[in-house]
Design a protein around this ligand. Sequence first.
Ligand code: PSU
Ligand code: MN
Length: 309
Amino acid sequence: MSFADSLIKLKEVEQAIHQLLPIVGLESTVLTHGLPRPQNLQLARDMEHAVREEGATPATIAFLDGRLKIGLNDSELERLASENGAYKVGPRDFATAITRKANGGTTVAGTMLACKHTNIKVFATGGIGGVHRESSFDISADLQALATIPMIVVCAGAKAILDLPATLEYLETLSIPVIGYGTDEFPAFYSRESGLDVSVNLDNSQDIVEFAKAHWNAGLGSAVLVANPVPLADAIPKSEMEPIIERASKEAKEKHIHGQALTPFLLQRISELTNGKSMRANLSLLLNNARLAAQIASALRASEKRRLA
Ligand code: PSU
Ligand code: MN
């Protein structure tokens, strides 16, 4: 049995694949490592609901008992969100999760690998990983996945805890175009502004789909990144976030926190230091991205159908 055959697809997702309906892949590290309880479960449900409202089928992807699940039902979502020892599963960790029959949340990179096996082309997350500030050579596997898996990935920029200029340079090195959704500026996760440029500014799903097709037609096998700024009502100015991020990063260094543990530590510490304000921005941008991803998935299916007609 091939790996692709061993994946367990939720019936609804299987049908959507067969009927060529729009599908949005959703990651699950944000549930197991990125958000506290009970907000994580609520967010997972809300993201799925937002995708459905826009006429697409959500597929939250995760490992349960060492099996890679493409789409989780509500009790599986609940199980994952309340799991204590869940792994954080990037592509490097697939074999670990499988052989240990583990439960795990898949990262952006891990989820993209799962999408590749199931031909899911559109995916939503909060913020992608990238080049970390303090620790040299901590460069997220998300960038490697974006470089090698042709999908449309919707995010609110890279997480502001990162070295954003270096992350953008690395994206360019890997031939990953960054579309600003209605903005010329690369959004900085909690903040709408960063002072950094995107490759192109597009403000509707059809244009994003046309752009992605032009990218792939030019012979490139990389992803197209859509950077969707956090909604205005929940945005936190960069000037307010920056000292807090600096402080949390310094604490991480003092505590020798590195590797896979670094991003979850920083997100949680920043949430504490902002009295939950950063977490509310995070929830808001995640939902916003799920909605846009569903619109893009619908536009992509419509364009594929036009091509077949
Ligand atoms: N977006 C969020 N919260 C998160 C993440 C993204 O709003 O927790 C997760 C994603 O799964 C991403 C991971 O792949 O953080 C990055 O981890 P690292 O920096 O260790 O590669
Ligand atoms: Mn890392």
